[in-house]
Structure formats: C-alpha cells, structure tokens
Ligand binder design. Sequence first.
Ligand code: SAM
Ligand code: SF4
Ligand code: SF4
Length: 340
Amino acid sequence: MRNEVSPIKDHFGRALKDLRISVIDKCNFRCTYCMPKEIFGKDHVFLSENELLSFDEIVRLAKTFAKLGVEKIRITGGEPLMRRNLDELIAQLTVIPGIKDIALTTNAVFLPKTAKKLKAAGLKRVNISLDAIEDEVFKQINGKGVVARPVLKGIEAAQEAGLEVKINMVAKKGMNESQVLPMARYFKGTNIILRYIEFMDVGNHNGWDFNNVITKKQIIDMIDKEMPLEPAEENYYGEVASRYRYKDGGGEIGVISSVSDSFCGTCTRIRLSADGKLYTCLFASSGFDIREKMRDELTDEQLEEEVTSLWGNRRDRYSEERSEQKNNNRKKIEMSYIGG
Ligand code: SAM
Ligand code: SF4
Ligand code: SF4
C-alpha cells in the first residue's frame, strides 16, 4: 500500500489535486463558442508532432504530479480521440501510484471505434459534450453540419463498453436555449446525468458577452416548471456542478455555474497544454513551459521543485475578480488549446 501524499498548497492554501491534460489542439468540430470556423479556418496552424508532448513526457509529468498530491486526471483536447493510440497513454496513466480517477472529455464521434480499447486500458468514465438534440440546431453549433446521431452512437458505444457516461451541454442564448428542455426530457430516466454549463468567457475569440449567458437560475427555473426538481447534496469537496434531483425519481441533472458562481476558493486544478505548458487557471494569459525544462534534461527532483514553486506562487482567482468587474479584456488562452 502507498502512503497518502500530502498535497502541495498554493498561496491561498489550496491543495493541488487535479491535473487536466490536453493531448491535442486539433478537433473534428468547429463549435461556434469554442473554435469558430472563421478563426480556426484552413490557414490555422496547429501544433506540429514535435511540439506535442510525447506519451513518455506526459507520463513522466503525471508521475511527478502524483507525487505532489494529484489524484485525479482528466484527458481533454481539442478532440482527445484524434490523438493516435490514446488508449496506450491511458494504460500508462492508470497504473501510476496515487492516481485514483481518470476521465476523458470528448465529443464522442470516435467512440464507436475506440470505447472498448479505452475501457480495456483502464478508463472508467467519459464526459460527452452534446449541445443540442435537434439536428438543425446541433449542425449549426458544431460548425461541421454533423447531426446528433453520431454523438448518440458514441454514447451507446461508451455504455456498451462499460464506461460511465455524463453529458455536458454548454447553454448559450441565441444558440441553444430551445434545447434546454428537449435535452432534459431526452436524458431524464436514462441513468445518464446531463450537466448544463454556463457559457464562459474563456479565450478571446468566442464573442463572449454576459447577455448571452443562460444562468443556472434560468436553467433550473425552466426545467423545474415542467419537471419539478429539488437540490441534491455535494458529492465531494470542490465539486463544481450544483446537483438537482427530479422529484419523481427520474434521476438528476447538474449545472456548472462558472459565471454566476465562483469556485476559486476550492480550485485544486492545474492544466497541461498539448505542447507542455502548465496553466494554474483556465483564464490565464500565459503558461509555464515545462516541456522545455524536461527537454533540457532536468532530473525528476528538479521537475518536482519547478512544479512546487509554480503552485506555491499561485494566486489565481479569476472568477472572483470577474464578479468584481476587473481584467475582462486581457489576452486569455483558448478553450480548444487548454481543453476546459
Ligand atoms: N472536444 C472535447 C469536447 O468537446 O468534449 C474536449 C475539449 S472541449 C474544449 C471541453 C469542454 O469545454 C466541452 O464540454 C465544451 O463544450 C466546453 N467549452 C468549450 N468552450 C466553452 C465555453 N466558452 N464555455 C463553456 N464551456 C466551453
Ligand atoms: Fe472541438 Fe470540443 Fe471545442 Fe467543440 S468544444 S470545437 S468539440 S474542442
Ligand atoms: Fe480555478 Fe481560475 Fe476557475 Fe478560479 S477562475 S476556479 S482559479 S480555474
């Protein structure tokens, strides 16, 4: 048995617990709120093979993080299933001592081909993004004219493979308010938890405006009128989704209210981009180049020191500052680059 690690703490005493790893910046979709096709067009230059962290480099970093307190890993992108042989990476991450949970966020289109291999590699759960159940709306959102069916097939494949599935739906005015109720109806009673995500001001290219945010309160009011809800308790410390149960026993939904609430006080997450930059906040302007340090042949101990110092100096609290109306126009990293 391995002794529990005492996690390193940041400037405000927040422990380091979660690592989000983006494995690729490319995506098969061009969701209007994430990678608008006008900006991520044919001329957009994505990271080259050599710029991407190799699996060996990712695993080495994950081991370093596990020694410093990380227990949960989330794999994301871009579209993570566009990274070749992802199951081989998962297999190496699941056996790292101290890592208790590995999850994957995906648009699900490639799950019919990969779900079984991912499960066999040790993956237990997937969060699948689906922003509309009606084809005409979904086609507009994903920017590629893809209907809902391939995503639904991906969901089926994940379930058949034995993966736990949650659905994430970004809710944005002028985009998919018409889908809030149809999505709830579709997933109610299925054992699949649907989580609504408030449209966030990540990056500089998605035309974010507070007026386009459908708030947690608006979402809950809308659903509660037709399908009465009651609040459910938090599952674990720092859970970002507020949970609600259908009063008739039809299961539960969640709302991730990153705009109307602030989670900075319990934020235990660090993010690793596909090209090896570490970000201590989703709304950061710049990252710390850990790939360069690794390729400069730092020892494992030196790597640990670098991360400890980075986390120790962390003072990020963007969501709290946002509500104080500061800092809204500065340069920020893009969601498709860091993966959420
Ligand atoms: N391609 C994968 C997917 O869509 O699941 C993984 C990467 S994607 C960037 C991760 C999650 O971030 C998705 O659920 C997506 O809907 C969400 N997302 C992207 N931009 C967002 C924004 N501006 N506000 C809220 N959520 C956003
Ligand atoms: Fe791709 Fe996911 Fe962004 Fe949509 S949300 S463009 S699927 S990375
Ligand atoms: Fe964490 Fe930054 Fe989000 Fe606050 S704004 S919860 S520090 S990622």
